[in-house]
Design a binder for this molecule. Structure first.
Ligand code: FAD
Ligand code: SF4
Length: 526
């Protein structure tokens, strides 16, 4: 049978880009389909006030790199575009602790720590992970908090995927023996999460995807895959469908009339991130891929994050200077704390912020907010009328190992969340509150959270994971240890939805390493 491609990869984030390069190197004809656009450094917005360039909302023709999806139990932040989440992530690449390899649905199926070690090393090499050499005001604030707790030794600079050459000086590719693109040195402008305008951030289009395209892979941008079905409904001798390959349908991401197109491939790699992959597969399970495991959409985890903005009164400080996340501190064995920054001028988040409030009911929290305004009107006004919100604010990202899970289900128009095992992700974590108080004291600041968190108690997460987890069989997972979808031949999941336990730290390095491991199991083309 002749196919348009050997493999079609849906999504160009961490999992998709690793898959594109490794399959191309193995001799396969590869197509990557990405619903977002392609970006050159100068195209990124200067600040996040430029919503058309920063935000992803196709109905309003906002073509940006950042997407926000609010559900009942969690608000999910994610990335869109050629390079996926790497375009707007904060470049931080920590490795998870031991617990990650020994918990969740994949535990016991392999000695994951040992098996993944070389793939972590390769992922770090490819992403150019290196210690952040520039610590600035918000990093110093975290260092002081660590010292006050008597734990200075645990504070450290982050490892980040950024090129630290001479600031803004262009040089030949420093990473891949000249095979990669020319790069420029970081100037610590802090704008990594609105897209690096200086060609210093090691986004996927500058490493994995760049080399894949150079090797012959094709990338189709601004096309969304809406359907996957086996070409032939018959099952093979092993009882698996998809033996004759797959037909995908995609449509334009923009335009009044969205053109549709179909293509065939012998194999499919789902790499649309949790929201993209789980949504597409849940839609397909109803009709074309009905043998998918009933675990699909379950075992969704966050890093149990708490995101709090501390707005400082110290005018002499500039918390916007540095890379987006410059340092990390574990206040206890289950938790990590990182100070996050936006570049000078980016102040969109203040529109969605209100003072941090905790309480058991919505009414109780609203009353507390009203009381807080009566008691401290100037704290509110100073926040909303801040001259340069990014310069005056330290955003604290607190993450924990706790293992509670949610489910994602098909809703009326989009996915919806449902409670599953353990407590729902909570906006209130006592240790996080303690760290916030310590930081407020250090920088003479006041804490603010998103309005959805303050009123509805719904926390935001930038680290949504799971939904297509690894299991022993289809009763415990959606994919096997090699990321093959149970019940289907040549159908793989390689993205955050395959993460099968809570890493407790930023997950992009782990998604990259797991995808490396999965791709290492696919043989070279005969
Ligand atoms: C503000 C922010 C900061 C972050 N900072 C960090 C950090 O410092 N370190 C870290 O480790 N992690 C960070 N993360 C998390 C990290 O970005 C994600 O975990 C990671 O990008 C997920 O990788 P992935 O391979 O699952 O998919 P993604 O990177 O999300 O890529 C999926 C891609 O698929 C595309 N897609 C989806 N559905 C379709 C479809 N049907 N058809 C075509 N294309 C489709 C999407 O547009 C997207 O480009 C951050 C996240 C946010 C929101
Ligand atoms: S700090 Fe600025 S120059 Fe450095 S990687 Fe981030 S956006 Fe690019």
């Amino acid at each position: 049978m002749s196919y348009d491609y050997d493999y079609i990869i849906i999504g160009s984030g961490f999992g998709g880009s690793v898959s594109a390069l490794r399959l191309t190197e193995k001799g396969y004809r590869v197509l990557v389909v990405e619903k977002g656009g392609r970006w050159e450094p100068e195209d990124f917005p200067e600040t996040n006030w430029n919503l058309r360039k920063w935000f992803w909302l196709p109905v309003l023709r906002f073509r940006g790199i950042f997407k926000m999806t609010i559900m009942r139990h969690v608000g999910i932040l994610s990335g869109v575009g050629v390079g996926g989440g790497s375009l707007m992530y904060a470049n931080t690449l920590p490795r998870p602790r031991e617990t990650f390899f020994k918990s969740g649905s994949w535990s016991g199926l392999a000695d994951w720590k040992t098996e993944m070690e070389p793939h972590y090393a390769e992922a770090e090499r490819m992403l150019g992970a290196t210690e952040n050499p520039g610590l600035y005001d918000s990093d110093e604030a975290l260092r002081a908090v660590a010292a006050k707790m008597g734990k200075s030794a645990l504070y450290e600079p982050t490892r980040v995927s950024v090129f630290f050459g001479e600031p803004e000086q262009e040089v030949a590719d420093p990473y891949f023996n000249g095979e990669g693109p020319r790069r420029s040195g970081c100037n610590y402008c802090g704008a990594c999460m609105t897209g690096c305008r200086y060609n210093a951030k090691n986004t996927l289009d500058k490493n994995y995807l760049y080399l894949a395209e150079k090797g012959g892979a094709e990338v189709l941008a601004e096309k969304k895959v809406v359907r996957i079905r086996p070409i032939d409904a018959d099952k093979g001798p092993g009882g698996e469908a998809g033996e004759s390959g797959y037909r995908i349908q995609m449509k334009d991401s923009f335009g009044l009339i969205k053109r549709k197109r179909e293509l065939t491939a012998n194999g499919i790699i789902l790499a649309g991130g949790v929201l993209g992959t789980v949504r597409l597969l849940l839609n397909m399970k109803r009709r074309y891929l009905s043998d998918l495991s009933n675990q699909l959409g379950s075992q969704i985890r966050t890093n149990n994050e708490s995101l709090v903005t501390v707005h400082s009164r110290k005018k002499e400080k500039d918390f916007s200077k540095g890379v987006a996340i410059g340092s990390i501190f574990p206040p206890d064995e289950d938790s990590h704390l990182e100070p996050v920054r936006y570049g000078s001028g980016s102040g969109f988040w203040k529109l969605l912020g209100v003072p941090m409030t905790h309480g058991k009911t919505v009414i109780g929290r609203i009353l507390k907010l009203i009381w807080s305004f009566i008691r401290r009107p100037f704290t509110w006004l100073r926040f909303y009328f801040s001259k340069d919100f990014a310069k005056e604010s330290v955003i604290l990202l607190f993450m924990q190992h706790l293992d509670s899970t949610l489910s994602l289900k098909r809703g009326l128009l989009n996915l919806r969340s449902a409670l599953s095992t353990g407590p729902s992700p909570s906006a209130y974590i006592p240790l996080a509150k303690k760290m916030v108080d310590a930081t407020c004291e250090e920088v003479d600041g006041a804490p603010f959270v998103s309005v959805s968190e303050a009123i509805l108690g719904t926390p935001l997460t930038a680290h949504i994971l799971g939904g297509c987890v690894i299991g022993k069989d289809a009763s415990s997972g959606v994919i096997d240890s090699d990321h093959r979808v149970f019940g289907y031949l040549n159908l793989y999941v390689c993205d955050g939805s395959a993460i099968s336990a809570n890493p407790g730290v930023n997950p992009a390095l782990t998604i990259t390493a797991m995808s490396e491991l999965a791709m290492s199991k696919i043989p070279y083309k005969k």
